[in-house]
Design a protein around this ligand. Sequence first.
Ligand SMILES: NC(=O)c1ccc[n+]([C@@H]2O[C@H](COP(=O)([O-])OP(=O)(O)OC[C@H]3O[C@@H](n4cnc5c(N)ncnc54)[C@H](OP(=O)(O)O)[C@@H]3O)[C@@H](O)[C@H]2O)c1
Length: 269
Amino acid sequence: MNIGVIGLGHMGRAFIEGLVNSGVRQADITVNARTIQSVQAVKDEFPALQVAFSKRDLVSRADMIVIAVKPQNAAEVLGEIGRYGLKGKLIVSFMAGISLSDIRSMLGDESGSLSVVRMMPNLAIAKLNGVIGVCYEGDIPAMDKAGALFRRLGYMIRVSEERLDVITVCAGSGPAFAAYLMQQYREACLRLLGDAAQSEELMRRMFENALDMTADGGMTLEALIDKISTKGGVTEAGVTALKCSGIGSSMDYCFSSALRRITELKPAK
Ligand SMILES: NC(=O)c1ccc[n+]([C@@H]2O[C@H](COP(=O)([O-])OP(=O)(O)OC[C@H]3O[C@@H](n4cnc5c(N)ncnc54)[C@H](OP(=O)(O)O)[C@@H]3O)[C@@H](O)[C@H]2O)c1
């Protein structure tokens, strides 16, 4: 299977790195971006990739076409490739907030005969440890093969289109939210310790410790909190302060703000 990738920014490159790390031959990947600089940067890293200098060329070579451009570039890219005969090919969109029906309409697929899938990966697919939400209508036979390919890049879940927006926030944006929480932990350590290197190391180990101790069906998060929080003790005082600080509501506010932004960025009907 030849995999075409249009858009070689953060996500396009993470996807290519994941494919190569999962054993796909570079020669089976064909890429296209807007500027030669982006193509060259990817070629420097993966020299055996195939380059398509036009979308017509990419469409003619690829069996699966992955769209990894920003949502605001959707119409120009889909409008163009829709003119090049996509029958029998699988179209995979990574674009946040562009619905299956928007994609079909931009492709000019009024009869709904093309195979179109939305996927919402996060950047961890590069290291084969990503999360990928997937949504499509009905049964798409090409998804058997494509699904097997994507499952090698991480944890894949099929969801309704409405839920894909939730996956966009919780998983697509998720690494940034998790990094922000880790940053706050590190900064709080630094304010008390005054040593940046020690604070960074402590923060990393605390998140790793919590993950390790709750991994593989071991302890639940609740059991871990309970185990360390002796009644009337130090940890209990800290956990109570966290609860009172409203950190749970802050997380809800973070997700709802990000979800609202997806809606604001959707193309006008
Ligand atoms: N970044 C994430 O963590 C993340 C997570 C989930 C989903 N996504 C989705 O992935 C998509 C890409 O995001 P990104 O962060 O990778 O964006 P990005 O870094 O800005 O990359 C966008 C890429 O699209 C290319 N492009 C723009 N117009 C084009 C055209 N007409 N033809 C060919 N290529 C074109 C750009 O080419 P040039 O570089 O040559 O200008 C660039 O390589 C978005 O739709 C986003 O919703 C991203």
